[in-house]
Structure formats: structure tokens, C-alpha cells
Design a protein. Structure first.
Length: 203
């Protein structure tokens, strides 16, 4: 593979798509989304499930600077999750930690309180993971999920992420050592089931 060919997916990260689903739309996140996302940063349960240590919610001015700069990033993709039924921004989905030499990256997703249980996370995950494989030419997308977040793990498994191993005692949370499961999905697996492994082989 030439340097030019290897750089193609990297340069594709500069384009920020809009991805349409039945329940959600994923679109480029902007500074105007900060107010809608603030409850996510202020919620203690979101902090616990994501293992976010810190002194309370980030400063809103810092968040506005961060989200205002996302459009210029050429090595990651930050998309807002918009619920179709309400038009509200309910979370974000991110491909980051791009490793061009190995054609891989990490994935994370987070929602504001009250946005769970309606299938939004599952569809948003399918949309951005599919984009990563089908448009960015990724080979591997990985994530970590803590043992006390079985709801998220079920979503990832439903989309086709496979557990690879356990990072023992990876998080210290309120005096408790918590394991983190490493999960991934590979391009050949995605092309087998397109985010619906339960239906693979029945088509």
C-alpha cells in the first residue's frame, strides 16, 4: 500500500456526513449543540457509566470551544444524535483514536438522561459503525465498556461487537475496582450482517 492509498481514509475524516435512520439522524456536532448536551455532562450516572473522573461538569465555555472545533478535525468524527420524533439533540456518537497504519479506530457514544430505552442508541451505533466500514474503509472498530454498564454492552452485542478480553480493575470508582470489557467489530463481520448479527445466514 502506498502512502497516498494509506492516507485516503484519513483524509475522508475531514468530511462530516449526515446519516439518516428511522429513529435518529446523525449530523456534524456544532457549538450550538452544547446547551442540549449539557445535561449529559452534569449527570452523575452518565459520569459513572463512562468512568469520567473530575470535579463536576466541564465549564460551558470550554465545551463550546471544544465543540466549535470539531468540524476542523481530520482524524476523528464527532456527530450529534438527533431524535427524529422530537428534533432534539439527545447525544453524541464519535469515531476517534484513528490508527491509520492499522486502519482502525475507537468508538464511543453517550446520551443525555432520559434518552435511553427507545432504540436510539442501537440505531445510532449501526449508522456510525456502518459509515466507518463502508465509507472510511476501516478494518476494526473497538470500544471498552465497564462491567456495571450491561445495558450498553447489550447494545454493542446487538450491533455485532464481539468481546475480546477484560481489562481487570481498569477503573477505580468510589473505592471499587471495576473491570472493563474490550469489544470490537471487524469489516468482514460487518459485511456479513450489517449490524444485525441475529439475522446473519437467514437472508
Amino acid at each position: 500500500m502506498t502512502d497516498h492509498e494509506r492516507d485516503v481514509p484519513f483524509r475522508r475524516f475531514r468530511f462530516k456526513p449526515t446519516l439518516d435512520g428511522e429513529l435518529v439522524v446523525l449530523r456534524p456536532v456544532t457549538v450550538d449543540d452544547v446547551s442540549a448536551l449539557m445535561p449529559m455532562f452534569r449527570d452523575a450516572e452518565v459520569a459513572r457509566l463512562t468512568g469520567s473522573h473530575g470535579e463536576g461538569a466541564p465549564d460551558e465555555a470550554q465545551l463550546r470551544a471544544w465543540y466549535g472545533s470539531r468540524a476542523g478535525q481530520d482524524d476523528r468524527l464527532d456527530l450529534a444524535v438527533v431524535e427524529r420524533a422530537t428534533g432534539d439533540v439527545v447525544g453524541e456518537a464519535v469515531l476517534n483514536e484513528w490508527d491509520p497504519g492499522n486502519e482502525s479506530c475507537s468508538f464511543r457514544i453517550s446520551f443525555v438522561p432520559g434518552a435511553h430505552g427507545r432504540g436510539l442508541g442501537t440505531e445510532a451505533t449501526r449508522l456510525i459503525v456502518g459509515y466507518g466500514f463502508e465509507k472510511l474503509a476501516l478494518h476494526r472498530i473497538s470500544l471498552e465498556v465497564y462491567a456495571f454498564n450491561p445495558r450498553a454492552r447489550r447494545v454493542y452485542e446487538k450491533v455485532g461487537f464481539v468481546p475480546e478480553g477484560v481489562l481487570r480493575g481498569a477503573l477505580l470508582w468510589e473505592g471499587e475496582r471495576v473491570d472493563a470489557a474490550v469489544m470490537s467489530i471487524l469489516a468482514p463481520e460487518w459485511l456479513e450482517h450489517f449490524g444485525r448479527p441475529e439475522s446473519a445466514g437467514r437472508r
